[in-house]
Design a protein around this ligand. Sequence first.
Ligand code: S3P
Length: 426
Amino acid sequence: MKFSRSAPLKGSLEIPGDKSISHRSIMFGALAKGTTEISHFLKGADCLSTISCFRQMGIDIEEKDGKILVHGKGLHGLQKPEGVLDCGNSGTTTRLISGILAGQDFDVTLTGDESIQKRPMGRIMEPLSRMGAQIRSIKENGCAPLFIQGAPLHGICYSTPVASAQVKSAVLLAGLYADGETQVTEPALSRDHTERMLSSFGADIRSEGTTAVIRPASELYGQSIQVPGDISSAAFFLAAGLLVPGSQILLRNVGINPTRDGVIRVFRQMGGRIEMPHTYLCGGEPAADLLVSAGSLHGTVIEGDVIPTLIDELPVIAAAACFAEGETVIRDAGELKVKESNRIEAMVTNLRAMGADAEETEDGMIIRGGRPLHGAVISSRNDHRIAMTFAIAALMAEGETHIPEWNCVDISYPDFLADLRSLIGY
Ligand code: S3P
C-alpha cells in the first residue's frame, strides 16, 4: 500500500469496537448461562480467532441484525475441541483461553501463527502451574504450541513481574474454577476490562489499587454488551488530526477507560488540542467523542505507571514525536519487544529509513523531533500497529511511502483505509 502527504483531515468518524473488550465479550458470553448479545463487536481477525476457538469448543455464536449472539453453556459447558485450537496472531486469545482451559476436564493443544509462536508464554504458565494447572510448551521453548491438560485448581496470591492485562486475566479466569480466593497484584495497573466485565456477568471480583481478587463462581449470566470504540484504533487518527496542518476531526464513541487513556494524556502534555464535547458510559466503560485540532507539539518524557495505559499506542506516539519540537524519551517500555513484533526495533529502523533522528534504548527509545521525514519502503513485520503507524507518518512526509506487508491491518482495523479516506475526502 502507498501513502503520501495529505490534505487536512476533516469531518467525523465512528471508531470501530474495542479489540480487548470484543474478545472478552465472546469468552465470558461462552462461559455464561443464557445468551450474550454484543453490539459494535470488532470483526478484526484477532477477535474472529476467539470466535472460532469457542465454536470449536461447542459454543453456538451467530450474527443477527448486526449484533453477535453468543449462546453460552455455563461455566462447565465447554467441550473438548476436535484438533488444535488456532489463536492466529492473537496474544489475548492465547493467554486468556489458557486461563480458562486450565480448569476444564479435557485436554487441548493451543497454537497460533509465526509471531504467536515466538511470544513468551512462561508468564502465564508459571502462575497457572502454581494454581495446579498442567500446562507445557510442546517445544519446551516457553512459547506456543501449548498443551493444557485440565486439572483441579486452587487459589493463589500472585505478584506479576510485568503489568500485563493478559497475564492478570489468565490468572483471574483460572480463579473462576479454583477452590478459594485468587489474588493478582501488578507493578502498575494494566487495563481492567476483565474485572469490569466479569463483575457485570455476576462474578465475585473486586479491585483494590493494583490488586484484583476473585472468588470461584457458581454461575455467570449472559449480558447485553455495547462495545465502545477502540482508543488504540482512534490513536492513529488522533496523531493525524493533531499533526496534518489545518485538520479538525471528531472521533465518535471512543473508550476512555483510565487504564487505557494514556495516549490522550500524553498528546495533551505535548501540547495537542483534544477536547471531549461529550462523555458517557458505554457498556460499563467510560467513553467520549474526541474533537481533535491540528497545532504544534513539543517533546516529552513518557515513563512509569502511564506506560501500561498506552502500551499499544507507543508506536504512533513515537511517530508523532518526530514532528514535535525537541526530544521525546520513552522509558520503562521493554514490553514493546514482545508484542506482535519487536516494536522498539521496528519503530526505530523504519523511522530512520524515513530520515528521523531516532535511537533505541534498553527499554524504549529517544526521538529528536523537527527533522522533516521523507517517504521510504517500510517493513511492517506483519505487525498491524506498525503498518498503520507508518501510514500516518507518511501523511506528513515528503514523497511516497510504500508499506508492502499491509494486510496485517485486518488484525485490529479492517476498515482503516476506508476511514482514513473518508477524513481526507477521497
Ligand atoms: C491486551 C493487553 C495488552 C495489549 C494487547 C491486548 C488485552 O497486552 O498490548 O494488545 O486485551 O488484555 P499485555 O497484557 O501483554 O500487556
